[in-house]
Ligand binder design. Structure first.
Ligand SMILES: [Zn+2]
Ligand SMILES: [Zn+2]
Length: 390
């Protein structure tokens, strides 16, 4: 099945650069080079990004925070509003670089809603930790919230957001915690063991939005099969019940077993299966409208380029087989710029074995976490938490 896909790309994305920091924008360049070498970019339309203007950003952030980011862009000694910290150090041009990423995600939302594409991807987006009034977790402006707000303003009645980053999608959840039009689902490493410390099953939304915040807190060490079991036990049932106009996904790949910042154990192949499942669910539950963002991912060479190339390929409807060799020109580029570490050899890593579907009454941390999430929100969607078919 070929799909009409667009991606937003701008070399200006590489200016979102905290310096000596785990989030290195070179991962985006490595991804685009790999996708180009494999012919993936030939099958989708690339569009440039334009910086989000102040009026757009004010729909997501407070005016005094925007002023602070502007000041920080010119003043390397600035601190406050979460800026000038180890996680979010200030850098010259921070405002413009952040506004460009946000503008890219907003543009992807607009193009998608107009029907220019069935699927739109912004791999620089997915900055899900930024809050209304402060920076957090490497995120300055919350491009995801801007994209969803853009969809709602354009006429979308219901938007579902699925966040598969290893960290809780706290900024997006917070923005829509009392808004029943937006279903946020985040699968992440248990927050008692990882930043940002929120995202337990008990966080379900408030008021009329009860049940529209969903959290699956996965035990450290969760592998492909466990992760996919949890995903399929929670996400398809909720999306089928919610029937969104658009499926928005944050596809952070810091769930990888080599990721330096977290402790899940997914392979490239598990991440690819997750992305394929999201694509299928967009067609099944959201009229095919799928807006996909990047997110975390600190395996700059061995993880991000492969997984997000799979994301771009998935959006075109033409997958790249895991056995596909890494193109020699990509490898040569990495060596030419002086990279001396171990390079990937093919687009996959492992043979993905089928997962055991979740059943009620299972023992252990993972099945307990799945059951806790289902019990917390399934009844609010008229679904049976104990019926594995729901
Ligand atoms: Zn499709
Ligand atoms: Zn993350």
């Amino acid at each position: 099945m070929e799909c009409r896909a667009g991606a937003i790309w701008d070399d200006g994305y590489l200016a979102y650069d905290f310096g000596d920091h785990p989030l290195n924008p070179i991962r985006l360049d490595f991804t685009m080079r790999l996708a180009r070498s494999l012919g993936v970019l030939d099958r989708l339309e690339l569009r440039p990004a334009h910086a989000a203007d102040e009026q757009q950003l004010l729909t997501v952030h407070d005016a005094d925070y925007l002023a602070a980011v502007r000041r920080a862009s010119d003043d390397p000694t600035f601190s406050g509003y979460g800026l000038g910290t180890t996680d979010d150090p200030v850098f010259a041009g921070m405002y413009d670089a952040s506004a460009l990423v946000a503008g890219g995600s907003a543009a992807a939302a607009t193009m998608l809603w107009r029907g220019e594409f069935e699927h739109a991807v912004n791999i620089a987006g997915g900055l899900h930790h930024a809050m209304r009034g402060y920076a957090s977790g490497f995120c300055v402006f919350n491009d995801v919230v801007l994209a969803i707000t853009t969809l709602l303003a354009a006429g979308a009645k219901r938007v579902a957001y699925v966040d598969i980053d290893v960290h809780h999608g706290d900024g997006v959840q917070a923005a829509f915690y009392r808004d029943p039009r937006v279903l946020t689902i985040s699968l992440h490493q248990d927050p008692r063991t990882l930043f940002p410390g929120t995202g337990m099953a008990s966080e379900i939304g408030e008021g009329a939005a009860e049940g529209t915040a969903v959290n699956v807190a996965l035990p450290p060490g969760t592998n492909d099969r466990g992760w996919l079991r949890a995903f399929h036990a929670v996400v398809p049932g909720l999306l089928r019940a919610f029937r969104p106009d658009v499926l928005v996904t944050q596809c952070g790949c810091d769930t990888h077993h080599e990721d330096p910042l977290a402790n899940l154990e997914l392979s490239i192949d598990g991440q690819r299966a997750a992305i394929a499942a999201l694509h299928q669910l967009a067609h099944e539950t959201a009229g095919g409208r799928w807006l996909a963002f990047g997110g975390g991912g600190y395996g700059l060479v061995r993880c991000v380029p492969r997984t997000w190339t799979h994301l771009l390929a998935e959006a075109t409807g033409v997958q790249v087989a895991p056995s596909t060799p890494i193109p020699a020109e990509w490898t040569k580029h990495l060596r030419d710029i002086g990279y001396q570490g171990r390079l990937p050899e093919s687009m996959g890593e492992t043979v993905l074995r089928p997962y055991e579907p979740w059943q009620p009454g299972g023992e252990g941390w993972l099945d307990g976490a799945i059951a806790a999430t289902r019990r917390a929100v399934y009844p609010l969607h008229s679904l049976d938490p104990d019926d594995p078919r729901d």
